[in-house]
Design a protein around this ligand. Structure first.
Ligand SMILES: [Zn+2]
Length: 435
């Protein structure tokens, strides 16, 4: 009760001074903008460890949602108490719940779909994502032959024997293979392996994953897709629609049957579409569909991000990275499955021969800054789209917010020119990255 009252007090004070974090309000005593002057300086040791025999930590920081200084007591893996901090020292970082990315194809040279996937590789990718403030993610396997999908799901399942990996990876996302075969809508998925929904095959994927497929994307116009959605929903698997050219009727029926998500809305779509009858309008109009969006600054332009934010609201959008194995690597030319791919210094991944995007290279850390920049949303809303919404929609009730009793998944960061700069990442009460 005491903890509840303390947190309530913090929120109460915040309610008296509702200062959006995305404005240049000079009234606030401390806040993200103030840390701009002192990056890396006046740095207070954030973790006062080992207070008692049990593993305890105290964190002093600016709470992302109220913009007020707080002290957070972590006991073991759990947040025990949050209380207002009087006389805060200068240079405190902002604290928010760990970022949750539900579409990660790979990172730091590791692809979850490639044949050379290993538990070591999955660990390397996870460590790279922790540096970006991502504490929960869904490794994503895209369209491939059945044997490859099963083999890689088994390796992913094996990696969960590692405690820290299982803390970060609640399950896996299968994007395809039951998607549109049509160029443009198919995106970069291999046409050779795109096919119609096959529940028997999909059951073999579930089995190989150790029952850890949490989400899948299908095209609703494919023969058998509606039955497939029904079966997924019965199996407790979140269904997304994506890489599709479904009609309005097919999209609404998919939502009616329980499809919840529109995969990377605005991408996985042909460049030339009918101005009235296209897959975008119906997905935007249907409140039952929550879009995932790639806000890396390349996949969607600022007006598209702004429209999605206005139509769906901060409560109903999920930032994803859709990053690939070349993310987290230095700029340069790479050979990727026999194709030349350029990673530019700006972070754009391009196929130079075709002059098209070859995937994403920025984590959702960058998306948070871009949403504030392009839509005018507050930091609180941007974090909602990068963490809280994911936790709510996928039912991960132990994370996605900073409250007593929740798992201590936290990111401590500064904001410089509306970009999140991570100082520390804490996963289940353990510091997994320190700058
Ligand atoms: Zn995709």
């Amino acid at each position: 009760m005491r903890y509840f009252l303390l947190f309530t007090f913090t929120l109460f004070v915040a309610a008296q001074f509702p200062i959006p974090l995305n404005t240049q309000n000079k009234m606030k005593p401390v806040g993200p903008e103030q840390t701009q002057d002192t990056p890396g300086h006046d740095y207070i040791p954030l973790c006062v460890g080992n207070l008692k025999k049990s593993k305890q930590m105290k964190i002093q920081a600016i709470l992302y949602s109220s913009n007020l200084p707080v002290e957070i007591l972590i006991d073991g893996k759990i947040i025990k108490e949050i209380k207002p901090l009087d006389n805060p020292p200068r240079g405190l970082p902002v604290v928010c719940p760990g970022f949750i990315d539900v579409q990660v194809n790979g990172y730091a040279g590791v692809s979850f779909t490639d044949h050379d996937l290993s538990v070591e590789g999955i660990k390397k990718a996870a460590e790279g994502l922790w540096e970006e403030g991502v504490t929960t993610f869904l490794p994503t396997i895209i369209t491939a032959d059945g044997a490859t999908i099963r083999s890689n799901l088994k390796i992913l399942s094996k990696s969960l024997e590692n405690d820290k990996l299982s803390g970060s990876i609640p399950g896996f996302f299968l994007e395809g293979p039951y998607i549109s075969p049509v160029d443009g809508f198919r995106g970069a998925h291999n046409a050779e392996f795109v096919r119609l929904p096959d529940w028997d095959e999909f059951r073999s994927f579930i089995e190989a994953s150790g029952d850890k497929i949490i989400k899948t994307t299908i095209a609703p116009e494919l023969e058998g897709s509606m039955n497939f959605i029904d079966k997924c929903r019965k199996a407790g698997i979140v269904v997304a629609i994506g890489h599709h050219n479904g009609s309005a009727e097919q999209i609404h029926e998919a939502a009616q049957r329980g499809a919840w998500i529109s995969t990377h809305l605005g991408n996985g779509c042909a460049n030339m579409i009918h101005r009235h009858n296209n897959p975008l309008w119906a997905q935007m109009a249907d409140d039952r569909l929550t879009p995932t969006i790639i806000a890396d600054g390349f996949h969607l332009n600022p007006d598209e991000l702004s429209v999605f934010y206005k139509v769906k609201g901060a409560h109903n959008l999920l930032l994803i990275s859709d990053i690939t194995k070349l993310a987290g690597l230095p700029p340069g030319a790479y050979d990727w499955n026999g194709k030349k791919v350029l990673l530019t210094p700006e972070g754009k991944l391009r196929l130079p021969d075709l002059d098209v995007l070859a995937g994403a290279s920025f984590s959702i850390r960058r998306g948070i800054g871009n949403m504030m920049k392009y839509t005018g949303c507050s930091l609180e809303e941007a974090i909602q789209m990068a963490s809280s919404n994911q936790a709510r929609i996928f039912g991960w009730h132990d994370r996605g917010s900073i409250e007593a009793g929740k798992r201590a998944d936290l990111v401590l960061f500064d904001i410089e020119n509306r970009e999140v700069i991570v100082r520390q990442t804490i996963l289940g009460g353990e510091v997994v990255f320190i700058k």
